[in-house]
Design a protein. Structure first.
Length: 244
């Protein structure tokens, strides 16, 4: 009997999470990225074992190659959920990752798993206590709707994004916000104790995008892609049906 030593160097890792709860998604997703070889482990992480332009990194163990520079190679991917619970989306990850173990707590570290949130489809199940917005996202032309639009939920009191959703191919969106308390101290001139919060719903959309969008890219460029916004009041367990 002979033993064979097999060494494998990994280039990074992704973990798909539920955009509402932030919990990892342990489901048979379909991840596509040209030229990338994936290894899925038992912790629902997708390991990048090989990628175009990083062939030398795959076989270098004593020290990573000096080129390309950290983050110079951007790998584009799409993820689909055959069960129909989460919307398809595009995403990307910058490689090579930082191999310095002392930088392990940084987002670009080789030892940090990059989280990619997936947004629920309009048919996805919801939980008691969530604040739910079911929205039809109108297009810029009369009689049309926007597919692939990011709908941001921003708390009016401090401008913090507390939730988001995406519109599907029909222009329909489910936006669920977790963690709104059943009562809190009011920030306006009304009752001292409030049971709802004021929010702003923002529609962000890029007409130049073909195929499924990357919501992280829309988020980063939201200042130039804002289509419209409206106000609403959310409460725990409340369901709003809106046209945006």
């Amino acid at each position: 009997m002979t033993a064979e030593l097999r060494d494998t160097r990994v280039l990074g890792a992704l973990r798909f999470t539920d955009a509402v709860t932030a919990l990892p998604i342990d489901a048979p997703l379909v991840v596509t990225a040209p030229g990338v070889r994936w290894l899925r482990n038992r912790r629902a992480a997708w390991i990048i074992a090989a990628a175009p332009g990083l062939e030398a990194h795959e076989v270098s163990f004593d020290a990573p190659p000096g080129t390309p520079d950290l983050g110079d190679v951007r790998i584009a991917l799409t993820v689909d959920d055959p069960s129909g619970r989460w919307l398809s989306r595009a995403a990307s990850i910058a490689l090579p990752r930082d191999p310095d173990a002392e930088h392990g707590d940084r987002p670009a570290s080789l030892f940090a798993i990059a989280d990619v949130p997936l947004f629920p489809t309009p048919a996805a199940p919801t939980q008691r206590g969530w604040s739910i917005v079911r929205a039809s996202v109108l297009g810029t032309a009369p009689g049309t709707k926007l597919a692939g639009a990011l709908v941001r939920v921003v708390r009016e009191s401090d401008g913090v994004r507390i939730g988001a959703g995406m519109s599907d191919h029909r222009g329909e969106a489910l936006i669920a916000v977790e963690g709104i308390p059943t009562s809190s101290f009011s920030d306006d001139d009304g009752p001292v104790v409030a049971t709802e919060i004021a929010v702003r719903l923002e529609v962000v959309w890029d007409p130049a995008v073909t195929g499924v969008p990357d919501p992280d890219d829309l988020e980063a460029r939201r200042a130039t892609l804002l289509v419209r916004q409206t106000t609403a009041r959310l409460a725990s367990g409340r369901i709003l049906i809106l046209t945006l």
